[in-house]
Design a protein around this ligand. Sequence first.
Ligand SMILES: CC(C)(COP(=O)(O)OP(=O)(O)OC[C@H]1O[C@@H](n2cnc3c(N)ncnc32)[C@H](O)[C@@H]1OP(=O)(O)O)[C@@H](O)C(=O)NCCC(=O)NCCS
Length: 169
Amino acid sequence: MEAKTAFQSKTIVTDLVLPSETNPINNLFGGELLARMDRAASIAARRHSRRIVVTASVNHVAFNRSVPLGSVVTIEAKVSRAFTSSMEVYMDVWIEDRESGECIKANEAIYTFVAVNETGRPTKVPELIPETELEKERFEAALRRKQLSLVLAGKMKPDDASELKALFK
Ligand SMILES: CC(C)(COP(=O)(O)OP(=O)(O)OC[C@H]1O[C@@H](n2cnc3c(N)ncnc32)[C@H](O)[C@@H]1OP(=O)(O)O)[C@@H](O)C(=O)NCCC(=O)NCCS
């Protein structure tokens, strides 16, 4: 199976914030952004694996900045590391200023997807080759995040999470 670059999975989704998607103070609902990110990330994971993919976990979401009604929101998703059947997808979320067109970083998120066959069994994915400095940084940290996610899900013993434990030594 041929390794792929992060760039090959790059997915950009741009959309508006409409009134039905906002809270009482006219900012985008967190759940609406989560759903938009899930769709963008699943496309990135599918582009990397060329398989059916399912969301295994939402590892990290930081709602650092609210997204007002009428905003143009852009989600950029790329696979940051591939393991055996799972892929970490890293997303950056931008809001476009109406007058200047400048893009302001609003949020970041990290989701994990698993490639599965027609019966829902996990199946192998290609390795990921990071190219840029940022891709290399995200690739390096992805194993620790995978271990943390598995420990929190009760699927790995904390004692076995060696890369994660090394952070605290
Ligand atoms: C995700 C799913 C396929 C994993 O199946 P499983 O039987 O637990 O399979 P495994 O234990 O062999 O794990 C498969 C991979 O998922 C990873 N994984 C499982 N749970 C994980 C979690 N919580 N966080 C990070 N990775 C996880 C494993 O580490 C493994 O990765 P690897 O093969 O790259 O090493 C299965 O739990 C599933 O189908 N879940 C429902 C998915 C879904 O419907 N999502 C939408 C929710 S509405």
